[in-house]
Design a protein around this ligand. Structure first.
Ligand code: AVJ
Length: 320
């Protein structure tokens, strides 16, 4: 059994879900944060999204890693990989293989809010990399950065464009806090989806098979189950507009009729007008100049930038 370090209990998670849902459903316009999409069903739906023809980010980032993981290992020389938001593990393995081949790899620290998910992912990695010390940490990587292990020459990786879920203000706060935890010799690896033709972006977030729509509505099922609510998921339509000014895709749920929803655990009744839209996610898209400036404001220097031939997605390394 792998030792797991907990900075977040099931009670903490339940409490933050209650707070997020209360705040989101009582603000105008209504919002729900994207972190609650990922229960078991939501994680399966997300995996299906990554295989859709319209959803290019996952396969594009994988191709960049296949091509440049050795370069990432060489320029960082890291002995510890800290992965914020442990994904399916496939892209992680490309990084671990490269750091292993470079001869520096010693430790792997996957960080996720879900303990169950982390346990399985970490056990799989530990079995394939017997010489590597695997130290899973259950934590909210936006709030608990200062609690993560600092031993070794660390590469802190946040790939998959996960950072795109943060608003620009949250992003700056996150990067500045992360900068504060980095020592000389540590590095940050960021995976970023890039600005491109709006039609391709919209298609990636509103696929023909309706998998993304189901993923979006899944947050309502999570709230029904966890907070004893009575959302009718079928009475909400998926919409995914591109905000050209903010340069992000927004996911929203549009109430298809006037309706009331009761959230038992919050003793809360909320009304939706017909056509009312509730924001469930932003997925920011990046440009090199923009993120380079944001990193600089957080005290980080962009040193390396790799993209695919079409310039759809980027991986970057930044150092304190
Ligand atoms: C996991 C946040 C990177 O923003 O592309 C996929 C989530 N939402 N389809 C993204 C998502 C709709 C995804 N991230």
């Amino acid at each position: 059994m792998l030792p797991i370090e907990y900075h977040l209990t099931a009670d903490d998670l339940a409490k933050s879900l209650r707070e997020d849902v209360y705040d989101g459903l009582t603000s105008r316009p209504k919002t729900l944060p994207p972190k609650w999409f990922y229960d078991e069903r939501g994680s399966v739906l997300f995996e299906r999204i990554t295989e859709l023809p319209e959803y290019y980010p996952t396969r594009t980032e994988r191709a960049i890693l296949e091509r440049y993981a050795a370069d990432i290992a060489a320029v960082t020389g890291s002995d510890t990989l800290v992965e914020l938001g442990a994904g399916s593990g496939e892209k992680t393995r490309l990084l671990l293989d490269a750091l292993g081949a470079g001869g520096t790899l010693r430790r792997f620290v996957p960080v996720d809010v879900s303990g169950d998910f982390l346990r399985d992912a970490a056990a799989g990695i530990a079995a394939s990399y017997p010489g590597v010390d695997v130290r899973p940490v259950v934590a909210d990587f936006v709030r608990h950065l200062h609690l993560l292990p600092t031993a070794g020459r660390r590469l802190v990786a946040m790939i998959g464009s996960t950072i795109g879920n943060l608003t620009p203000a949250e992003r700056l706060g996150f990067l500045a806090e992360l900068r504060g935890t980095l020592a000389e010799g540590d590095a940050l690896l960021l995976g970023l989806d890039l600005v491109k033709a709006p039609a391709r972006l919209r298609a990636a977030y509103d696929d023909a098979q309706g998998v993304t729509a189901e993923f979006n509505r899944n947050v309502l099922r999570v709230i029904n189950r966890e907070l004893d609510a009575d959302f009718a998921p079928d009475a909400f339509a998926h919409v995914a507009p591109w905000d050209a000014e903010a340069e992000w895709i927004e996911m929203r749920l549009r109430s298809t009729r006037r309706q009331r929803v009761h959230v038992g655990a919050l003793d809360l009744d909320v009304g939706f007008a017909e056509g009312e839209e509730m924001r469930t996610e932003i997925s920011a898209k990046f440009r090199r100049e923009g993120i380079e400036g944001e990193l600089a404001r957080a005290g980080l220097t962009l040193t390396h930038w790799w993209t695919d031939p079409d310039g759809d997605f980027a991986l970057l390394v930044a150092v304190p």
